[in-house]
Design a protein. Structure first.
Length: 285
C-alpha cells in the first residue's frame, strides 16, 4: 500500500494490464507513467525513477480478527460478476497457487536458496546515514543481535556472488535499505521472531490461524525489548508488558499505552521477492 501523494501532488492510479518481471504494473492517470506495485517505483514515463511512499499495513488478516480490533472499519469493495468481491468463495488463482508455475513470462528463476513458490514475509529496513545503533540489542537468549549478527532466534543466509543478477539495478536508496525474507514455514510452531537487521531490532509476527502478519521495531523508550511469548496476537516482552500485535499497542504492564513503530511488510512468493531484491538475506534459525 502506498501514498498517492508525490512532490506535493496527488495522483490517481489504474491497472495498466502490463507486467514487468511477472508482476503487475500500475499507471497514473495524470502522466501515464508505469509503476511497479512491488517496489512503488515508476519504471517508464515522465515520472520514471520516482518512488511512492509505502504505508504500513497488515498484508492479510482474517476479517473477524480485524473487526475485533478495529470495529469502526469501513470496507472498500467493488462489484465482480454481479456481486461484491468479498462474496466470491472461489479463488480465481487457486490452480496457480497449487502449481509450480512462476508467473506467465516463462522466465527461469535461478535463486535456489528457497523453493520458488515458498511464501515469505518480505521486509525492508531503512537506516539513516550516520545513525547510531540502539544500545542493548538483545535476542531471545539475551545475546547481542545488532549488525545482522545471530540475535533473537537465529541468523541469516547470505547471498553468494554467483547468485546475484548482474543486470538488475537496485532502487536508488538501496545503500541505506536492507532486505530480508522470513519464510512462513518458520512460523509453524511459533508466531514471533525477534531479529535485528543492520542494528535495527525487529519483531516479526505471523499467526497461522488468522494469517495476520505484522513487523515492528522492538524499541521502546530508546531501548530494545525482547518478546518472550505470545498467545493468539497478545505477546509479552521481557518487562512483563503485554502487547496487542494487531494494533501494536501495549495493553498492560510497564509500557501500557505506548505503541511500537510498525514497518511495511508483504506476504509474497520467494521467486518474486528475490527477483526484485536479489541482495535480500533470508532469516534462518
Amino acid at each position: 500500500m502506498y501514498s498517492r501523494e508525490l512532490d506535493g501532488k496527488t495522483y490517481t492510479f489504474g491497472v495498466s494490464g502490463k507486467l514487468w518481471r511477472d508482476a503487475l504494473l500500475m499507471y497514473d492517470h495524470q502522466t501515464r507513467s508505469l509503476w511497479s506495485h512491488i517496489t512503488g517505483e515508476a519504471i517508464q514515463g515522465p515520472l520514471k525513477g520516482k518512488k511512492l511512499k509505502p504505508l504500513t499495513s497488515i498484508p492479510q488478516i482474517e476479517w473477524q480478527t480485524w473487526m475485533k480490533n478495529y470495529p469502526n472499519t469501513k470496507v472498500l469493495s467493488v462489484f465482480v460478476r454481479g456481486s461484491m468481491r468479498e462474496s466470491i468463495s472461489r479463488d480465481s488463482y487457486e490452480r496457480y497457487h497449487a502449481s509450480k508455475d512462476t508467473g506467465v513470462s516463462g522466465t527461469s528463476y535461478t535463486d535456489k536458496r528457497l523453493p520458488n513458490k515458498s511464501l515469505v514475509i518480505g521486509v525492508q529496513v531503512q537506516v539513516k546515514d550516520g545513525a547510531d545503533g540502539i544500545d542493548g540489542h538483545a535476542g531471545a537468549d539475551g545475546q547481542l543481535g545488532a549488525d545482522g549478527q545471530d540475535g533473537a532466534d537465529g541468523g541469516v543466509v547470505e547471498l553468494r556472488s554467483s547468485q546475484r543478477n548482474p543486470t538488475y539495478k537496485q532502487p536508488k536508496d538501496s545503500g541505506n535499505t536492507y532486505y530480508r525474507a522470513y519464510p512462513l514455514i518458520q512460523f509453524t510452531k511459533k508466531a514471533i521472531i525477534n531479529d535485528s537487521i543492520n542494528g535495527v531490532p525487529l519483531l516479526i509476527f505471523h499467526d497461522k490461524e488468522s494469517f495476520a502478519t505484522a513487523v515492528f521495531k522492538r524499541i521502546v523508550d530508546n531501548k530494545a525489548v525482547v518478546f518472550t511469548s505470545v498467545v493468539g496476537y497478545i505477546a509479552q516482552d521481557n518487562t512483563g508488558t503485554e502487547w496487542n500485535l494487531i494494533t501494536g499497542k501495549a495493553t498492560s504492564g510497564k509500557y501500557k499505552g505506548q505503541r511500537l513503530e510498525r514497518l511495511s511488510a508483504v506476504n509474497i512468493y520467494w521467486f518474486a521477492w528475490a527477483r526484485f531484491y536479489p541482495e535480500t538475506t533470508i532469516y534462518k534459525p
